[in-house]
Design a protein around this ligand. Structure first.
Ligand code: HEM
Ligand code: HEM
Length: 217
């Protein structure tokens, strides 16, 4: 067994910034009024983070790449039966991967609809002026009545699953999401996480922020 880097620094920072921002978005969205100024700012942060994660899923460290956690339905069934190959339990396992993709997709839908939403008081998404009133009401309806509930439900089940692993399976998944490492078989490929990789992540993040800036301004 060997201590091996599984979650590169970029993925860990991505995760904890996402947690902080999504909690802030749920609070500021519900408070409304002046808090909407922060709702928009945090919304753009999440927009940037999601773009970053898509690119990082293609070029990031080994275990952050989508190719290491896109599983067939058969792999999921085998995982549930406990008959899975060892490497399916190192990064995101088949069930965890499902929840990761569900979170990323619902958050993307929330950002997309937020850009076209209008509360008919003062908060208007930056792209609402380019579409019809009917589209704006549909986007606002999804954003406030459906997407919000989906996200809360997914986050609660995400934390529930992590608690289940901790309490029932005696496996702490949170620590590796903080320091990056897991104790795994010595032949496990590590996620590359050196200075050059971190610089690549920073450049990618800045490029994603520029795309968001150009989209919303
Ligand atoms: C708003 C709340 C949250 C959101 C939106 C969220 C979202 C995500 C996402 C998208 C991933 C995939 C990471 C990646 O590969 O990029 C992930 C993984 C993870 N999250 Fe969260 N998360 C939230 C809250 C939390 C909290 C509060 C904890 C800890 C108590 C936590 C612990 C973890 C862990 C341990 C993983 C890795 C799971 C694994 O090993 O497969 N998350 N989360
Ligand atoms: C993951 C990201 C986001 C989350 C979790 C989120 C969550 C929320 C929540 C909980 C509300 C209040 C719903 C209610 O009144 O019951 C809200 C309202 C709103 N959000 Fe977001 N939001 C996100 C992203 C965005 C973005 C990127 C924008 C715009 C740039 C945006 C614009 C708005 C607007 C305009 C409203 C008021 C809509 C209305 O009352 O009809 N949101 N959001």
């Amino acid at each position: 067994m060997k201590t091996t880097r599984i979650w590169d620094l970029a993925t860990r920072i991505f995760h904890w910034l996402l947690v902080f921002s999504v909690i802030g978005l749920i609070i500021t969205g519900n408070v409304g009024g002046n808090a909407m100024e922060w709702h928009f700012r945090l919304g753009y942060v999440v927009f940037t983070l999601l773009l970053f994660r898509i690119v990082w899923g293609l070029i990031g460290g080994h275990w952050s790449r989508f190719t290491t956690f896109i599983y067939s339905p058969k792999s999921m069934i085998n995982y549930l039966k406990g008959a899975h190959p060892k490497h399916h339990a190192i990064g995101h396992n088949p069930l965890g991967a499902l929840s990761v993709f569900a979170l990323l997709l619902t958050l993307s839908a929330q950002v997309a609809t937020g850009l076209f939403s209008d509360d008919e008081i003062a908060a208007v998404g930056p792209l609402a002026k380019y579409v019809s009133n009917a589209t704006v009401s549909q986007a606002s309806f999804y954003h406030t009545e459906i997407g919000k509930l989906f996200i809360i439900l997914l986050v609660v089940s995400h934390i529930g699953a992590i608690l289940f692993y901790l309490l029932k399976k005696r496996e702490n998944l949170v620590k590796p999401m903080i320091h990056g490492d897991k104790l795994v078989d010595a032949d496990t490929p590590p996620s590359r996480d050196d200075g050059r990789m971190r610089l690549l992540a920073l450049i990618t993040l800045l490029a994603c922020a520029a795309v968001v800036y150009l989209t919303v301004s």
